[in-house]
Design a protein around this ligand. Sequence first.
Ligand code: B12
Ligand code: SF4
Length: 515
Amino acid sequence: MRILLYNPDNGVTRNFMPHLWMFLLQSLTPAGHEVLLIDGNAQPLDEAGIARYVREQKIGLVGIGAMTRMIAKAYRMADAVRAAGVQVVMGGPHVTEMADEALGRNGGARHADAVALGEADETWPRIVEDAARGALQDLYAPVDPSGKERKPSLKQYPVIPWDSIDLHQFNLVPKAATPWLKKLGEGWGTFRIIPVESGRGCPYGCEFCTVTGFFGDSIRFRTNESVVNELLLLKARAKKELGQIAVFFIDDNFAINVKRTKSLLRDIIAAGAQVNWVAQISANLLRDEELVDLIAASGGKWVFIGMESIDPTNLKDVNKGFNKPGEYATVLQRLALRNVYAITSFIFGMDNDTVGVAERTLEQVRTWPPGLPIFGLLTPLPATPLYKRLEASGRLTRPKHWQEFVPFAMAHTPLKMSIDEAHAEVKYAWSEAYSAEALGKAVDALDDQPLGYRINIFIARLCFRGIYFPMMGRFAWMKMLAENGGTIFKLAKQGFLAWYASPAKAPAPATSAGD
Ligand code: B12
Ligand code: SF4
């Protein structure tokens, strides 16, 4: 049977990073079946397109995975596939919580023939065999023979054949630039950000988050050896292609067990498996100087920190009181001292937020080492404690917000400001933090760093700006480049002067010319 695994586009980013679940399920597919992958962020498809594709490619099963924000698109695509006569199985965090919705058991239309609940590592092979026999069941739950829920162990993690998988759709280097970028330094012909997991689960149970409910509060880890081997495979591929690879450790809290994280990072260093990496780590775990030393030495470049708010009352309200705003600056300095920077994530529209929250947050951000701040709105995702609390108190204004997804729009009324005011706050934060002036200052703040490093920060900033101001079309790009002309000119001038002063550009000695 030919199987298509499909992830719908999110309407914001393009092929920033592939989704791990597709590669994982591909690796866990029983022999005798062929698996094709399409990520809508890299290969946009509409309903007619996917129907044509499954017919032309003679696909027998389509697996669709989606977060809540893409679920409406996922359902439309599933409907088109089923209308073309092909079976659909859906999985991922949204349908796990809303299986009845996907199966049309709540009065709405049916979108999927089957739903894989929770982690599908162990159910996937059975789903494939059932589909091949034309005997798909409605629901597949990860349970043991006695019917008790079972979380897959990560000790026997499959080898994802990163060295041979077709990753063409995930190259971030524009095609036109590939031939000459290949020759730059160690080669920039390809640049890919690859998701790697080293563990699953988070016990913290923040009120707005689905992770503790979905993956459970017991944490499971892969062996150090299996993670190290995966990094070595990725490194070898990048070298072979004269390209670059960066890894996103997608664990929800990469340092949840500090002792184990240190041991993994030591093993990475010992095996020479360092690649540039980014990971999510909560601020409280970054108090450990030795951990931060190892992060830097093993290739850690960016740490995503869910700061959420600078207001302790807000943090307590969402069960994230372990975040201490008073230590944010120290933690960021500790990272910056080792040239590791932070993606700092904030949520507005919390119950104690009032008008002006964005400026109050930015006042703090401006005093920190330059990083990549991101701003969102408190969103009640299905089955989270937050959703239940807001529902019980009648505060949901769009209880099924995912059916008509609108980016950066609240689905409930905050307590101390209006929905419109919350929207204005998030807009203000993005506009100020990513203005040409703010970008210029971030680059200037790194004056003591090598030029390549500062260019990286500048490009990362421009990319992150696109999360709120999507860069669709040439005009948007030209406008943004014109606005940032001053910084671009400054970086280009410094680059030219550095090149002019370098011995590499001096003419070669006459003897070597024709000998
Ligand atoms: C990496 C990641 C991202 C990446 C992007 C995704 C990518 N390219 O990988 C980035 C950093 C960009 C991101 C952004 C966001 N993310 Co995110 N992200 C994650 C994270 C940390 C890891 C995802 C992952 O790979 N997990 C590991 C794999 C193995 O697990 P999995 O995807 O769940 O797959 C398993 C099962 O679900 C199932 N499965 C999944 N799909 C399918 C499909 C089929 C057919 C089958 C059979 C089974 C199946 O099988 C897999 C193996 O067991 C998760 C949290 C988590 N730990 O999962 C949050 C998570 C997915 N993100 C979440 C959210 C909310 C967001 C944002 C909306 C946050 C925000 N406010 O901006 C944005 C939206 C991004 C966008 N515009 O698309 C939520 C989604 C909840 C929900 N109900 O939708 C999660 C669960 C975290 C949370 N806090 O609750 N995210
Ligand atoms: S620490 Fe992060 S992953 Fe864990 S529950 Fe809180 S938000 Fe979710």
